[in-house]
Design a protein around this ligand. Structure first.
Ligand SMILES: C[S@@+](CC[C@H](N)C(=O)[O-])C[C@H]1O[C@@H](n2cnc3c(N)ncnc32)[C@H](O)[C@@H]1O
Length: 269
């Protein structure tokens, strides 16, 4: 079966490139990815490998895999390295710029879809493995996105999430202040100055991403700062709130590291 047979045919789509389809018009996140480093930082790739390691057995047996919110392709690159010949991959993102970058890193048997994780343009039960790394908090309705990932995964399939929960204490206050300051400065087009100002500070702190100026490039740290303070939409979710969405009559929890980050792998019943 061709992976394009998984598309929801009631939705209108355009073919915008080789293996690249669009279901929405959006330029959100384009400038973010246009400015990203050419190479994916090693640390990010290691984190990508670690995240996918919980799904390795399923990935090796899967026919169809969906990465919802693929960004510039960290997981595409990890999957390419795994070199699983029998699988077809679908990489989805809001941003065409992200998809073009992911395309250059992905396994040969892949298609790319510009779409919204809150309204996935696929039929029910389409994928064997579905995952979304650091994405649903940026969507308009994170819980809807969560349900959409479950909907498009087949019964017995595996669904993975990585979600950064609400920063607590002093870190939480600083985070809220920076996001508000960015919004105000950006009214006069100066938000980018705050991002640059924060790179040398953020880049020397032990942040949750692990990316710092001593182990990554300036551009890589800038990407982390920018993705935390500049997006129009970013819900800060409590780990408990995320876990309250998990309906145990529909899924079994296979892996749940609720530490400072929420890594969740669910098996659809
Ligand atoms: C923090 S980045 C994570 C990207 C990638 N998963 C990674 O690990 O590097 C968030 C990504 O989500 C995408 N995104 C945000 N809202 C989205 C939505 N509603 N639907 C699909 N993608 C979305 C952005 O374009 C961006 O590429």
């Amino acid at each position: 079966m061709d992976i394009r047979d998984k598309f929801d045919t009631s939705r209108s789509r355009r073919r915008i490139g080789e293996g690249l389809y669009s279901f929405i018009d959006s330029s959100n996140f384009d400038s973010h990815w246009d400015e990203a480093d050419k190479e994916i930082p090693l640390l990010k790739l290691q984190q990508g490998e670690e995240f996918l390691s919980a799904a390795l057995t399923d990935l090796k047996q899967a026919n169809f895999v969906l990465d919802a919110g693929c960004g510039d392709g960290v997981h595409s690159q990890v999957l390419k390295k795994l070199n699983i010949q029998s699988t077809t991959y679908c990489f989805l993102d809001l941003s065409e710029s992200a998809l073009l970058k992911a395309q250059s890193r992905a396994p040969a048997n892949s298609i790319f879809v510009q779409g919204d994780v809150c309204s996935l343009p696929f039929r029910d039960n389409s994928f064997d493995v579905t995952f979304s790394y650091g994405v649903i908090a940026y969507s308009d309705e994170p819980q809807k996105a969560f349900r959409e990932l479950l909907r498009v995964t087949r019964s017995g399939g595996l669904i993975g999430f990585w979600i950064l929960p609400k920063p607590q204490g002093f870190g939480g206050l600083v985070f809220s202040f920076l996001r508000s300051a960015y919004k105000v400065l950006n009214i006069i087009g100066l938000g980018f100055l705050l991002v640059h100002l924060m790179v040398p500070i953020w880049g020397f702190l032990p942040t949750k991403s692990g990316l710092a100026l001593w182990n990554s490039s300036y551009k890589a740290v800038k990407e982390v700062v920018s993705v935390n303070i500049s997006p129009k939409q970013l819900s800060v979710l409590e780990a408990d709130e995320i876990m309250s969405w998990v309906d145990r009559t529909v899924v079994e929890v296979e892996k749940n590291d609720v530490n400072e980050k929420v890594t969740l792998w669910l098996r659809k019943i």
